[in-house]
Design a protein around this ligand. Structure first.
Ligand SMILES: [Mg+2]
Length: 197
């Protein structure tokens, strides 16, 4: 991965979160504690401040470092979960694994960290189907559609993990904030990769 591509991915991710931070906050106010927008923005701003240093690293190392940054700067559940994701993907990439396999290892790390899986109305409800589509060799346009449809599907789900689960049936009818930030970030990555394809 070129330094150029690393910079473009960081910038696209940071922009996507900055532009949607209020919406993420609004969604988290409905079924959580209202900090998802500010937490994600704090994490992406911290990564943005390291963009040159990250771009000088190989992709595996850059992902691990970015993951550590999220773990140490972001409160709530999202820092450790997104941090675990990036660190596991980076570790697998550094070990020479291809992106589909590395991303699958990232998904497993999120499942372990969150003690969760698909169907609990979390980021995994977007992450898992997208990474499965990636493993199946689907094109970027399809990964994008999978992310959108999977995020849509969280609206009517019953939350069984995280703070939203305290609401029980009242968690239905709201999009999951973590699934939404995951969808935004996947779209940001697809935008960058499509522009370079
Ligand atoms: Mg929250």
């Amino acid at each position: 991965m070129s330094a150029d591509l690393t910079l473009a991915l960081i910038d696209a991710a940071a922009t996507a979160i900055a532009e949607n931070a209020e919406e993420l906050t609004r969604l988290d106010q409905a079924i959580g504690d209202g900090d998802h927008g500010s937490n994600m923005q704090r994490g992406l701003q911290a990564i943005l401040r390291q963009r040159e240093a990250l771009a000088a690293l190989g992709p595996g190392e850059a992902l691990q470092k970015a993951g550590m940054t999220l773990v140490t700067t972001v409160g709530g559940a999202s820092g450790p979960l997104y941090g675990s994701l990036l660190m596991a993907v980076g570790k697998a990439a550094q070990a020479g694994k291809g992106w589909p396999e590395a991303c699958a290892e990232g998904v497993e790390a999120v499942k372990r960290r969150g003690k969760s899986d698909v169907g609990a109305k979390t980021m995994l409800d977007v992450l898992v189907p997208v990474v499965e589509a990636l493993a199946a060799g689907k094109p970027l346009a399809e990964l994008r559609l999978t992310a959108t449809a999977s995020r849509e599907a969280t609206k009517e789900m019953l939350a069984t993990r995280g703070r939203a689960s305290f609401l029980g049936e009242r968690s239905r009818g709201h999009y999951d904030p973590g699934a939404t930030s995951t969808q935004l970030l996947i779209h940001a990555v697809c935008d960058v990769l499509e522009a370079r394809a």
